[in-house]
Design a protein. Structure first.
Length: 73
């Protein structure tokens, strides 16, 4: 469960509020290196997919015919 860090007014002790927020965020994230590794793997897989498409001569950007746009699709 995520904790919202919003205040209607400035907290009485902003430094303490920031420390509390950082502690809560670290607890939510858990193992930062594992999160970074998963993100890196996802990005690497997507880059490999794009490179494969480029090698096959396929477009890597979506191509939308004007006729589809004109029809509102």
């Amino acid at each position: 469960m995520t904790t919202p860090f919003t205040h209607e007014t400035l907290p009485a002790d902003p430094k303490a509020a920031i420390r509390q927020m950082k502690q809560a965020l670290r607890a939510q994230i858990g193992d930062v290196q594992a999160v970074f590794d998963r993100l890196s793997a996802t990005i690497a897989a997507r880059v490999a997919e794009i490179n494969d498409l480029k090698a096959q001569g396929q477009p890597v950007w979506p191509i939308i015919p004007f006729s589809e746009l004109a029809m509102g699709n």
